[in-house]
Design a protein around this ligand. Structure first.
Ligand code: PLP
Length: 287
């Protein structure tokens, strides 16, 4: 089915939504992006996504030519052009057309692309039965090289990790940082629950600061749980009572096996399911 795509202020049929082969987003992965969801016509955590997009852009010295409000309007316009109320929104800002050399200053106009579609990252059965994940040998980018806080189009680090997990027949790739601490998964943040405390790696582990991660931490506090950022090793993950991953597309997905070690009783944990329910309530009632 043909979608309507937003490209630099215009809404176009998907077959007409094209950008140049000289775009540095394509040539070098030079650009930033966001994955956002709308539930019942309302864009979930809109302000947080706008802030992160513009912060990512600032970090790579890319000036987005429209304001956050204009960007939000553009998303809404694209959703209604596609008659979508529940949607996965992919927002991409590239450096724009330049020369074959690296120099980003030769790129004049950033390209703004908005795709609104639906997504089902994991099957319903996986939410009920849980994921099997593996630790991969590809470490997460070191922040001195490319800070994982930047949600950039340069996604090869994550893709190489994902390839390893697919090769192993697993549902996601657990990535460590250069010191061997648990960072995050290829496209999701990780949480464990152990001895009545909900734990997730801190920003200093070198991770993308997920908006879902933050929502889940707030939700857990509201539900009376103890929540801590904790620098964890694979040992901590193996002996966890529960484990789950978070991300805009995945929402909250239980993990039941890591590197062949069964987590808890091998079924999605009680706390995981409680948070999943809380998250679903929140997304369906607004924020
Ligand atoms: C986008 C992303 C996440 C999840 O972030 P959300 O804001 O919750 O969608 C986690 N890790 C990586 C590497 C990501 O790119």
């Amino acid at each position: 089915m043909g979608l309507k795509i937003y490209l630099n202020g215009q809404i176009l049929p998907q077959e007409d939504a094209k950008i140049s082969v000289f775009d540095h987003g394509l040539l070098y992965g030079d650009g930033v992006f966001e994955g956002i969801r709308a539930y019942n016509g309302k864009i979930f955590m809109l302000q947080q996504h706008m802030d992160r997009l513009y912060d990512s852009a600032k970090a790579i010295a890319l000036t987005i030519p429209i304001t956050k409000d204009e960007m939000a309007e553009a998303i809404k316009k694209t959703m209604s052009a596609n008659n979508l109320t529940d949607s996965y929104i992919r927002l991409v800002v590239t450096r724009g057309v330049g020369k074959l050399g690296l120099d980003p200053n030769k790129c004049v106009t950033p390209q703004i692309i908005i795709i609104t579609d639906t997504i089902e990252l994991y099957s319903k059965a996986l939410y009920e039965n849980g994921l099997d994940i593996v630790t991969v040998t590809t470490i997460r980018n070191h922040f001195s090289a490319l800070d994982p806080k930047i949600k950039s189009l340069n996604y090869l680090n994550n893709i190489l990790a994902k390839l390893e997990s697919l090769e192993a027949g697993a549902g996601e790739a657990l990535m460590l940082n250069k010191d061997g601490y648990v960072a995050e998964c290829a496209g999701d943040n990780i949480f464990i629950f152990k001895d009545n405390v909900l734990l997730t790696p801190p920003a200093s582990a070198g991770i993308l600061i997920g908006i879902t991660r933050n929502v889940v931490m707030d939700l857990a506090v509201k539900l009376g749980m103890q929540v801590k950022e904790y620098l964890m090793t694979r040992y901590d993950v193996y002996i966890a009572d529960e484990c789950f991953l978070t991300g805009t597309a995945a929402e909250i997905i239980p993990v039941v096996k890591i590197d062949g070690r069964v987590i808890g009783n091998g079924k999605p944990g009680k706390v995981t399911l409680e948070l999943l329910k809380g998250y679903r309530d929140l997304t369906r009632t607004g924020n």
